[in-house]
Design a binder for this molecule. Structure first.
Ligand code: ATP
Ligand code: MG
Length: 560
């Protein structure tokens, strides 16, 4: 990553910044991340966060965190708090530069007055429906409002009375006086203020007029002396309005720069859609480990490093596209491969009684958490005794030729322990295998036979007497389609919800060292995937682990 190498990563955004620094338009870089506190942050926001904070960092500049809370009805304190926690978790710091757009309501009102005085805004009595009807279309110009030429004094009076609460919701608006024939619909006398008698999470009932996004955003940027206002592509057509307002007021003028938003296959990324999934109970909450929210991904076991690396690899572009979710998973595996301790856990336990191992005996093996070539790996003690669990799928009574795991009469290695040979199969009355009998070779301690005899299969296992029972949660994609919005006429993205996205495994058996696992701590359950304790539901004595990701890397395979 760039901060490790110290190199400046260049893209079309840094090209623009370089030009500004060269031609003197700006002599510093100051960006902002402006979330609306109407939901939890998702991986798409992570891209914006990395871009804003990361780009400023490259130039030794600053980044503000600004809550864009100009819409009174959808915003909640819970979101404000979660957003800050998520940005910190990703590893970014806004220091003392935390702002709320609502802090500028007074200033924005004054700017509205200034626009009226300059003849650049007017109070309009048309209803929302009439506004729509007079707006024109892409091919036809709009019609001027009958209120467009109101005298300045009358506009000032009406705007003041709008603020005082004299008029009901929707009765009047403040509009910019631009051009009803502009080919850009955003420039056809857009509404700057509307009347909404609603309480705001920070300003309470102080205001009953609220600024529209396009009006508010450029002023927020200007007030904070932001140099580069990086936003997503859908605002490209709004940039002329952004520029018009700031020019009309002759105030500090940041440069808006648009980039393509991040989309991921098998994922919906709109807060409104995610809220629907939460409200309608398709997931357990915003932090459900299947959600693309940063809180969900964190709970699932994603690391901030993996997310930042992913965003870095994807890069910035001007063209919308859908990134393969398997790339994200590939980057995650790479990171977990470095960090996750290797331990043994049996998901679907089958008991094996080692008949020639004394019942009252036990021993322990010191096993490195990172087997193989990693020097100085920490170790833990793994207990062994007469009864162990192996994975049910590691035994076949009637195996095909190339099955190198356990079968009647077959010999395998128990990882780090002994060779065992299956001597008998115990079944219940329905013919189900319920237990195996085996013998072990005392001369194979540590998993190496003294006579050099080789076995092909190596199984993970846990000592039955010492095992910790746990619930495991295995996840699949929340949607069955790469593009969840791909539905027949009249359908809905929820039609594509995967009914099998969560599989709960009860009665898994873990090696006892995992009793000390901390929330979020990554482990590789050997041969089974990467797991971490669920930070919400896991308790001592009632362990719950989330499978972060399986071991099979389809993306890496496809690239070969
Ligand atoms: P959503 O569409 O999910 O509701 P939003 O754009 O309404 O997102 P904001 O809170 O306004 O959400 O977003 C804060 C910042 O994050 C904005 O600058 C926005 O452009 C950016 N952002 C949101 N979604 C993405 C995405 N998928 N990829 C990149 N940036 C994004
Ligand atoms: Mg938004």
């Amino acid at each position: 990553m760039s901060e490790e190498t110290g190199a400046v990563r260049s893209n079309f955004i840094t090209d623009i910044i370089d030009e500004h620094l060269e031609n003197g338009r700006f002599d510093r870089v100051h960006t902002r991340f402006p979330p609306e506190p109407n939901g939890y942050l998702h991986i798409g926001h992570a891209k914006s966060i990395c871009l804003n904070f990361g780009t400023a960092e490259q130039y030794g500049g600053l980044t503000n965190l600004r809550f864009d809370d100009t819409n009174p009805t959808t915003e909640e304190v819970e979101y404000v708090e979660s957003i800050q926690a998520d940005i910190r978790w990703l590893g970014f710091d806004w220091e003392d530069r935390l702002y709320f757009a609502s802090d500028y309501f007074e200033a924005m009102y004054d700017y509205g007055v200034a626009l009226i005085r300059r003849g650049k805004a007017y109070v309009c009595d048309l209803s929302a429906e009439e506004l729509r009807q007079t707006r024109g279309t892409l091919t036809e110009p709009g019609q001027n409002s009958p209120y467009r030429d109101r005298p300045v004094a009358e506009n000032l009076d009406l705007f003041e009375r709008m603020k005082q609460g004299e008029f009901p919701d929707g009765a009047k608006t403040l509009r910019a006086r631009i051009d009803m024939a502009s080919p850009n619909l955003n420039m056809r006398d857009p509404v700057l203020y509307r009347i909404v008698h609603a309480s705001h999470h920070r300003t309470g009932d102080d205001w009953c007029i609220y600024p529209m996004y396009d009006y508010a955003h450029c002023l927020e940027d200007s007030i904070e002396k932001i140099t580069h206002s990086i936003c997503t592509l859908e605002f490209e057509d709004h940039r002329p309005l952004y520029d018009w307002i700031l020019d009309a007021l002759e105030v500090f003028h940041p440069q808006q720069i648009e980039f393509a938003r991040l989309n991921l296959s098998y994922t919906v990324m709109s807060k409104r859609k995610l809220l629907q999934l939460v409200r309608e109970g398709f997931v357990s909450g915003w932090d459900d480990p299947r959600m693309p929210t940063l809180s969900g991904m964190r709970r699932r076991g994603y690391t901030p490093e993996a997310i930042r690396e992913f965003v870095d690899i994807v890069g910035v572009s001007k063209a919308n596209s859908i990134v393969d979710v398997e790339l994200l998973e590939h980057v995650l595996r790479d990171d977990l491969n470095e960090k996750a301790r290797r331990v043994m856990a049996v998901l679907d336990p089958l008991r094996v009684v080692i008949e020639n191992y004394p019942a009252d005996q036990e021993e322990s093996f010191e096993v490195p958490y990172f087997p193989g070539d990693r020097a100085e790996s920490p170790t833990r003690m793994v207990p062994f005794s007469r009864e162990i669990y192996i994975e049910r799928s590691d035994f076949m009574e009637d195996p095909p030729k190339k099955f190198f795991r356990l079968a009647p009469g077959a010999e395998v290695r128990l990882m780090n322990a002994y060779y065992i040979t299956c001597t008998d199969v115990i079944k219940d009355e329905r013919g189900q295998v319920v237990e195996l009998r085996a013998s072990y070779d005392p001369d194979s301690r540590g998993g190496m036979s003294s006579d050099g005899r080789k076995v092909r299969g190596t199984l993970h296992w846990v000592s039955a007497r010492h095992a910790l029972a746990a619930e495991l949660r295995l996840y699949d994609y929340l949607f069955t389609q790469p593009n969840p919005y791909d539905v027949p006429e009249g359908g809905d993205f929820k039609d594509n919800i995967n009914p099998d996205s969560l599989q709960v495994v009860r009665g898994a058996m873990l090696e006892p060292s995992l009793s000390g696992a901390e929330a979020y701590q990554p482990f590789q359950f050997m041969r089974q995937g990467y797991f971490c304790p669920d930070p919400v539901d896991s308790k001592p004595g009632a362990l719950v682990f989330n499978r972060t990701i399986s071991l099979v890397d389809t993306w890496a395979k496809l690239q070969k």
